[in-house]
Write a protein that binds this ligand. Structure first.
Ligand code: SAM
Length: 282
């Protein structure tokens, strides 16, 4: 195997790696915030890598973007105002804007270069960027939330990189408290929460910090994502109100296309594996 023909992301702590066969590296730069690379792969379309970690591929991004958005949007009773912290590839924004109830969706990514590259290499993910309800800001999401007034938003989706570099503070109790303070009465956060096989400590700390900042209702949901370490990913919802039901009829009648999400997938994603229940049942 010629290593120059493969992109590999190693996870040394897990003794694991994932590789994609590449045709060529088509872009590389050091932005003000992070190291950005784009590869053209043999079978996954384009691949974006930030600081050596896989972020998004043409072929499999739908799992992540659909599961970061639709379960939360069908759980909130009437989501009108949505913020996406991070999410610079714009795929989550596109999914959020499929919901007619949404009147204003703000994407707040610290690094404008991520979005400019997505516009070139992932134009399908940027298809809704000119929707009049879309608002793209390029500033630090931590500061955005800290400065926000109470009752300014219904759902905050934290579509961030791993908890390193500029994303570290997005996994902190201070950040969750600031989210709590600017969310509306039925408000909720949904945050990508890594792999339950590799990152149980991180998930536990995240859930503890969410609870400590006032969110009484937590729900971690699971979905496949072969691009990310272990191939099995999660998102964690933290809400001010009950998370045990969602708008099943609206989910069944969804007036838009998805590739992965539907009501059965939604229900299945809520099933808690035995080891997870044992870890988090108090
Ligand atoms: N789906 C990806 C994953 O789970 O690995 C995340 C993709 S998205 C491209 C992550 C984005 O988070 C990046 O564009 C990065 O610039 C952004 N980001 C990191 N820290 C941030 C912060 N403090 N405020 C806003 N955006 C941030």
């Amino acid at each position: 195997m010629n290593p120059s023909q493969w992109f590999t992301e190693q996870v040394p702590a897990a003794g694991s790696a994932f590789s994609l066969k590449i045709k060529q590296k088509v872009h590389e730069e050091q932005s003000e915030f992070q190291h950005l690379e784009i590869y053209e792969t043999e079978t996954f379309g384009y691949l974006m890598v930030i600081d050596g970690c896989t972020m998004v591929s043409t072929r499999d991004n739908f799992f992540y973007h659909e599961m970061m958005s639709h379960p939360a949007l069908y759980t909130h009773p009437n989501p009108k105002r949505v913020w996406i912290i991070g999410g610079g590839d714009c795929g989550t924004l596109r999914e959020v804007l499929k919901h007619d109830s949404v009147e204003h969706a703000v994407q707040i990514d610290i690094d404008e270069r991520v979005t400019r590259l997505a516009e070139i290499y992932f134009p399908e993910l940027c298809a809704s960027n000119n929707d009049p309800r879309a608002d793209l800001k390029f500033i630090d999401g931590i500061k955005w939330v800290k400065d926000a007034a109470p009752n300014s938003v219904d759902i905050i989706i934290v579509d961030s990189t791993d908890p390193i570099g500029p994303a570290l503070g997005l996994f902190s109790e201070d950040f969750y408290r600031d989210c709590y303070n600017c969310l509306s009465e039925n408000g909720m956060i949904v945050q990508q929460s890594e792999s339950a096989l590799f990152n149980m400590t991180l998930i536990g700390e995240m859930r503890d910090a969410m609870s400590a900042s006032g969110f009484n209702h937590l729900q971690t949901l699971f979905f496949p994502q072969c691009l990310y370490p272990s191939g099995w990913w999660s998102a964690t919802l933290a809400s001010k109100t009950d998370l045990s039901t969602f708008r099943e009829q609206d989910s069944t009648d969804k007036p838009f296309e998805t590739i992965y999400y539907n009501i059965d997938i939604h229900k299945a994603s809520l099933a808690q594996p035995e080891f997870f229940k044992k870890a988090f049942t108090k």
